[in-house]
Design a binder for this molecule. Structure first.
Ligand SMILES: Cc1ncc(COP(=O)(O)O)c(C=O)c1O
Length: 382
């Protein structure tokens, strides 16, 4: 079953009152529903929305109203939240590698929970966020994930023990473990395998008389691209079944979804701006692409977006669906079956597009570096 029917899209568009494409249409009801589903799936748990997935102020406000807290990756993301009145106690800084100035600003603002996965990060935190609560970002297998994160992040249990000891000596407070099973993970057992791996470390710390307070099971909850995916309550049921025996009430359960809360709520509304036949292939160009919202279409990610057209031709043909820029990497999806008669001005709806689309404009809340033009006077000849 498709995530969206044309009928449903028309009803949403009627409420949006926007004619000119491209634009990202977000279904407010679905955002609310997602928030409630996550809360119901993890009773007693705390849900932190990963702001990097969608930083639109209305999205952030809606989640705040629904009792969702926030995972931030930079001072910029804290500023988005502060601007709509979210206090520091509702934020955790889960990026394991942080720009030093951002740690200082976050700490001054009142954020007290920080992740780390290196000795240098512990040293930075001790200096710039003294006395803070530390979450060790653990390495876990990312099997089942469409976009693994395991290479860049995470430490092993013995390293965590060692770094927690160092942290205590530096006046910081070990608080919990955190992990990420990789983005768009469709295997409910991925989280179970990760918890199973962390359980001995949890026990060792308990036996040492320095128990931790919480485990953050991260994000990774999938959206429906071209395949059905397990819903959050199914994944949660698997996790909770094991949680009781391994951690019980001794650990607070934290969850940090990005895509799972926003992905399916978004539809990119685009129009055809050109078509051509090249080397035996049909190319279709629309008015936004991988550099302007649909980055996950890039070959390196290759997320199989769903594409719907207003036309209901009987004949469908394969197209290479491309964005408007002068770059050959600007291909949203290849071999996508669409009506043969598509032409200038026809609308195409691309989804799920609620996650990692608009937020890429200032990803992780980090702006582009400024440009400084300079030269050596003596070398300039007129
Ligand atoms: C630390 C952290 N938490 C949460 C998320 C959200 O992940 P997802 O969108 O897969 O749920 C990410 C994504 O990169 C992340 O880096």
């Amino acid at each position: 079953m498709s995530l969206y029917t044309l009928d449903k899209i028309h009803r949403l568009l009627a409420g949006a009152r926007m004619e000119e494409t491209p634009f990202l249409l977000l279904d407010e009801n679905r955002l609310r529903e997602n928030a409630r589903r996550f809360k119901a799936a993890f009773p007693g748990g705390r849900i932190f929305f990963s702001v990097k997935a969608n930083n639109h102020p209305q999205v952030l406000r809606l989640f705040a109203e629904e009792g969702i807290d926030f995972d931030v990756a930079s001072w910029g993301e804290i500023e988005y939240l502060a601007a709509i009145g979210i206090p520091a106690e509702r934020m955790i800084f889960s990026a394991p590698t942080k720009i030093p100035r951002h740690i200082e600003q976050a700490y001054r603002f009142g954020v007290r929970v920080f992740a780390f996965d290196s000795a240098l990060e512990v040293e930075k935190l001790a200096r710039l966020a003294p006395g803070s609560l530390l979450m060790a970002r653990m390495a876990v297998d990312n099997e089942g994930s469409f976009w693994p994160l395991e290479r860049k992040f995470g430490i092993q249990p013995d390293e965590a023990l060692h770094l927690f000891d160092t942290a205590v000596k530096l006046g910081l407070k070990p608080y919990g473990l955190t992990f990420h099973v990789g983005s768009q993970n469709s295997d409910p057992l991925a989280w179970v395998r990760a918890l199973e791996r962390l359980h001995p470390l949890w026990q060792t710390l308990e036996q040492k008389g320095s128990p931790l307070a919480c485990i953050n099971i991260g994000g990774g909850f999938p959206s429906q691209f071209d395949q059905p995916v397990p819903p959050v309550d199914e994944i949660a049921a698997q996790i909770l079944r094991r949680w009781q025996g391994w951690f019980g009430k001794r650990a607070q359960l934290w969850v940090e979804p990005g895509r799972g809360l926003v992905g399916e709520a978004g539809i990119m509304v685009t129009s055809v701006i050109n078509r051509a036949r090249r080397n035996g292939q049909e190319w279709l160009y629309v008015d936004t692409g991988v550099f302007h919202g649909l980055i996950e279409g890039l070959e390196m990610f290759h997320f199989p977006y769903n594409v719907l057209s207003e036309k209901q031709d009987e004949t469908l043909i394969p197209y290479t669906l491309s964005g408007p820029t002068c770059d050959s990497a600007d291909v949203i999806r290849s071999e996508v079956l669409l009506p043969a008669s598509l032409t200038l001005g026809d609308r195409l709806y691309i989804f799920p597009a609620g996650a990692y689309t608009n937020s890429l404009e200032q990803y992780n809340g980090i702006p582009f570096p400024p440009v400084i033009l300079t030269g050596v006077k003596a070398e300039v000849s007129v």
